[in-house]
Structure formats: C-alpha cells, structure tokens
Design a binder for this molecule. Structure first.
Ligand code: DXP
Ligand SMILES: NCC(=O)COP(=O)(O)O
Length: 257
C-alpha cells in the first residue's frame, strides 16, 4: 500500500454507502464514486465487506471497485468476510491486495469477535494457503490477545487486524489507558510472531490519534461507519484529510514519546 514509509495507511470501508444506496432502486449514493473520491483525496485503500445477505456491499460493488483500483496501482483493495462462507469466490475472482478473514455468522448484526486458535486453525490453514497462492495477503480479524498471535502466524497469515471495538467503547473513560496498553501488548506479540498489524472497528476522529500513538507498528486502519457518518457532513475528500490528520497526530505523538 502506497503510504509514506512508516505511516499508518487509511483504508476507507464503504459498506455504509452501499447500505444507503440499497434503500432505493436509483443507484445513488454511488459506492464506486465514493471510493474514487476517497482515493483522489489520498486514501491508501478501499475496504468492503460483502456479507452473504447483501445488506450493503453486493457482488457488483466488489467487481466495480476492483475495476476502479486498476487505475490506482499504488492503492490497495481489502475484501473482508468469512472464508467458509462467500469470501473466497471474491478472492478468486478479483484477487485483491488483501483478504481479511472475519469469523462472522451470516446473520450477524456486525463483526464483534476474532478467530480463536487452535480451534480455528484446521479450517483456516488451507484457505490462507489458497489466498497466498493467488498472491493475496491474508489478515486475520483478532481480539487483542497476545497469546493468540502465534496461532495466527502458524496458519500462515501475513497480518492480523486487531478488533478495536473494546478500545472504542473505553475511549474517554478511566479504562482507556488499560485498553490501549492491552492493544499495544497484542501488537507487540503479533510483530514478534512475524505478523503485520492492522486495526479496525468503531475507530473515529476522536479515538484514532490516541490509538495510533500507543500501538506500535500499525500498518493500516480500516474505518467505515464513523467515516461515512462524518462524510455526510464534510464530504469524502475533507473526511479523508481529517482522518489522515488524526493518523499524523498519532504518529507525531509516538515519535515524541
Ligand atoms: C470486520 C469489521 O470490523 C468491519 O470491517 C465490518 O466490515 C463491519 O461490518 P458492517 O459494516 O456490516 O457493520
Ligand atoms: N475492519 C474494520 C472496517 O473495515 C470498518 O469498521 P467500522 O469503522 O465500520 O466499524
């Protein structure tokens, strides 16, 4: 992903643009136009989560964004999903830069937990191997549990994505510092296991800088719900710049610590 060396990359998740689009048969707001405007504003990647029930991102969105990203060779496409459900058909068809495996059930309200090892190892390992044979990086959606990181590496994953809802829920409370320490420890354990570290879920303009400042070697954040909510007020381009300012503020705080 084309991000200045050492800068945490911003991948915009456009699920919620699709959610609004799906409430009429008019094709607006356009998911591809949202992605294009975010890329033009400097987002390093686009993320989608084509859930089996099609509540937001649908197969045609996946293929359209894959087509868009062919015009942006220095940016990345990240497709999220459960590889035991419909994710692999998309990986085989469009070969995104990254596949993020998420252990969601088909009717889950939203993602709310990561994989567990060794329980999930046997069924994930061949799917990870297939992605990698296709040249697709694999990131595993994980709770911030240091002891779980070796298991993620053992199935062949390149990265983990730390599930950040518990941190977001603790933000601006007395539990914030403890949560940040928990994520920093998990990130160090991941790096020691040879894994890259991504993060996502409920990150926003309020809580992002502190997370970037405290969590080492953070390669990518994928942000959707709060991003699209902000873009309704600011527009996509201004929102990309606002989130990148949060990332830069976190990186600066990290350097000065
Ligand atoms: C895996 C994760 O935390 C999010 O990327 C997920 O895509 C959110 O899904 P919804 O947008 O359906 O809540
Ligand atoms: N992997 C997290 C993601 O893509 C977006 O999550 P959210 O910001 O919509 O909670």
């Amino acid at each position: 992903m084309n991000s200045p060396a050492g800068r945490t990359a911003l991948s915009v998740n456009v699920n919620k643009v699709a959610l609004v689009r799906n409430t009429r048969h008019l094709g607006i707001p356009s998911v591809v136009r949202a992605a294009a405007l975010c890329l033009q504003a400097g987002a390093q990647g686009i993320t989608v989560h084509p859930r089996p029930d099609g509540r937001h991102i649908r197969p045609e969105d996946v293929h359209a964004i894959a087509g868009l990203l062919r015009d942006w060779p220095d940016r990345e496409f990240n497709i999220e999903g459960n590889p035991t459900q419909n994710l692999m058909e998309f990986i085989r068809a469009v070969r995104p830069h990254q596949a993020t495996f998420v252990p969601d059930s088909e009717d889950q309200f939203t993602s709310d937990h990561g994989w567990s090892f060794p329980q999930d190892a046997a069924r994930l390992a061949p799917l990870v191997a297939e992605c990698r044979s296709l040249g697709v990086r694999v990131s595993l959606f994980m709770d911030p549990i240091p002891e779980q990181m070796a298991g993620a590496r053992a199935v062949g994953a390149d990265r983990v994505e730390l599930y950040t809802e518990p941190y977001a829920a603790a933000w601006d409370t007395p539990a914030q510092a403890q949560q940040l320490a928990r994520y920093a420890c998990a990130a160090r354990a991941a790096a020691e296991a040879g894994l890259g570290v991504n993060a996502g879920h409920d990150l926003n303009q309020d809580n992002l800088a502190a997370f970037v400042a405290q969590v080492p070697q953070l390669l990518e954040v994928s942000i959707g719900h709060a991003f699209v909510s902000d873009a309704l007020e600011l527009g996509y381009a201004q929102t990309v710049r606002a989130y990148q300012r949060c990332i830069d503020a976190g990186m600066a705080a990290r350097r000065s610590a």
